[in-house]
Design a protein around this ligand. Structure first.
Ligand code: CTP
Length: 480
């Protein structure tokens, strides 16, 4: 028989969820665990941590050698809900975190709050804890929290980390990889997706330092929602107002709930963004497309398991995870890249392709003519190729070809005619140009899905949610 103080660490490791879970719990590396296993003993402070963790999970354990006497009852059969770690930053919009937590719970998510020190100037940990029915964590070095969970384990237990309000300071610390409190340590340690809802003064939002931090975070795959335009708490009007709780909760739901990979084995081409048509070497014709909807579609198709080629005009967005992005400038380049990406099972043309390019655009900069004598400059335009129509009518036509129709008037009528003219399967029609419900640059969209014999009016929703629903519809169609 083993001496009384010998510890069977292998059995304990299994009971606590494996080697990585044990490393996380003890905050040590793999070699320390191997040493403990080889020696068959652990230091006293480790022994008490293991005892605490095992008994917290319902095991009956002998104190001196940590022998497991009895396993816990079988767990309840209800599947665990996705868990959102809600990091609340120190800004006036912090109070909206409470409403967002409530909305996320209504969507079936579990929420655990984490507050920065300055967030506690705006709301109390007690109100967060009461609302979420969970302890609200606020201190990196609290021994109780460490014994209960540990910051690494907390970070790893989340299906999504949501930061709101994401202040300029919190974004800067996250971008720099600083981990000087619990919130930023979690951001560094988590492997879950991260969603940030920025909120700050408009001048701070547009400051080059914040723009640079935003780019860094987005390039690392951090998802952003907002900010939106409007009145900010400091009384200034501009971009910097945090998105509304309902929109943030919906975006969190999209990211926290793991989707079945309905499109595994399928290939997709997505066009997105504007095209830019040169007039000369310094001037061009373009449009207001932000690329957000096309990028969201590419991300959603990839999240459902499709191999996606995203052919994009110039936009200010990082490539979505797991997507092969090909950057182009002009409609002709977009057409060539699209044809090179065929064959594919799915094509979604979301790009706002310029209808015309300048005939004989020049390399040299056009000079102003002599004001007294010369005629005004005339630009002669010629039509660009129609990429959607060319895919739909190609020998290598994908099984499902989907276009968008941006219309300023007679939405349905124009979109139905456009679907027929371009010979695509579905057209996603949206009204553009309305001041009350802008589409260009916004996170929201409101569309009609028009098929050969069907017209569906979808409610106004986030572009990411729309993309997700579209991916599900595409999977459904391809499985018929
Ligand atoms: N499209 C395309 N190539 C073009 C023009 C449009 O692939 N040269 C695609 C768009 O990506 C979109 C659809 O066709 O999926 C409709 O685009 P839209 O701008 O609404 O229509 P147009 O064909 O440009 O027609 P109009 O401007 O007359 O409404």
């Amino acid at each position: 028989m083993a001496p009384a103080n010998n510890v069977d660490l292998t059995a304990i490791m299994t009971a606590l969820g494996g080697r990585q879970a044990l490393q996380d719990l003890l905050g040590v590396g793999a070699s320390a665990i191997s040493n403990y296993v080889a020696r068959g003993t652990v230091p006293t402070h480790v022994r008490s941590k293991l005892y605490g963790a095992l008994t917290a999970r319902g095991y009956q354990v002998r104190l001196d050698d940590l022998a497991i006497l009895c396993a816990p009852d079988a767990p309840a059969t209800a599947p665990a809900k996705p868990m959102v770690l809600l990091i609340i930053g120190g800004g006036i919009a912090a109070y909206k975190a409470l409403e967002t937590a409530r909305q996320m719970q209504r969507l079936g998510l579990d929420v655990t709050g984490v507050m920065t020190k300055s967030a506690a100037q705006f709301i109390t940990p007690l109100s967060v804890a009461a609302l979420t029915n969970q302890k609200c964590y606020d201190d990196l070095f609290s021994l109780t929290d460490e014994a209960e969970m540990g910051h690494i384990r907390l970070a790893r237990s989340a299906d999504l980390v949501l930061v709101m309000p994401a202040t300029a300071n919190l974004m800067a610390r996250a971008a720099a990889g600083i981990a000087d409190d619990l919130a930023t340590t979690i951001l560094l340690a988590t492997t879950a997706p991260v969603l940030m809802a920025p909120a700050m003064n408009p001048a701070m939002w547009t400051h080059p330092a914040t723009s640079a931090n935003l780019t860094i975070l987005q390039q690392r795959g951090v998802h952003m929602i907002g900010p939106t335009e409007g009145d900010t708490a400091c009384g200034e009007i501009g971009s910097g107002r945090m998105s509304e709780p309902a929109d943030i909760a919906a975006a969190a739901y999209q990211l926290a709930v793991k989707r079945p990979r309905l499109l595994a084995g399928k290939t997709a081409i997505v066009t997105a963004g504007p095209t830019v048509e040169p007039i000369d070497s310094v001037r061009f014709i373009a449009n207001h497309s932000s690329g957000k909807q096309g990028y969201a579609v590419a991300a959603a198709l990839a999240a459902h398991g499709a191999a996606v080629t995203l052919i994009s005009g110039p936009v200010n967005l990082p490539p979505p995870a797991q997507v092969n992005r090909i950057s182009v400038q002009t409609a002709e380049q977009m057409l060539a890249a699209t044809q090179a990406a065929l064959p594919a099972d799915i094509a979604v043309c979301a790009a706002a392709v310029a209808d015309w390019r300048v005939a004989g655009s020049r390399h040299a900069k056009l000079k102003k003519p002599d004001r007294d004598t010369a005629e005004p400059i005339q630009l002669s335009l010629c039509e660009n190729p129609d990429i959607l129509a060319s895919i739909a009518q190609s020998d290598q036509r994908p099984e499902l070809v989907i276009g968008f129709a941006a219309e300023t008037e007679d939405l349905q009528e124009n979109a139905v005619a456009k679907r027929q003219r371009k010979q695509c399967d579905w057209i996603i029609a949206n009204q553009v140009g309305g001041a009350a419900d802008p589409v260009f640059g916004s996170d929201m969209n409101h569309i009609m899905l028009i098929g050969e014999t069907t017209v569906e009016n979808w409610p106004r929703m986030l572009k990411t949610e729309l993309a997700d629903r579209l991916a599900e519809r595409i999977a459904e169609e391809l499985s018929k």
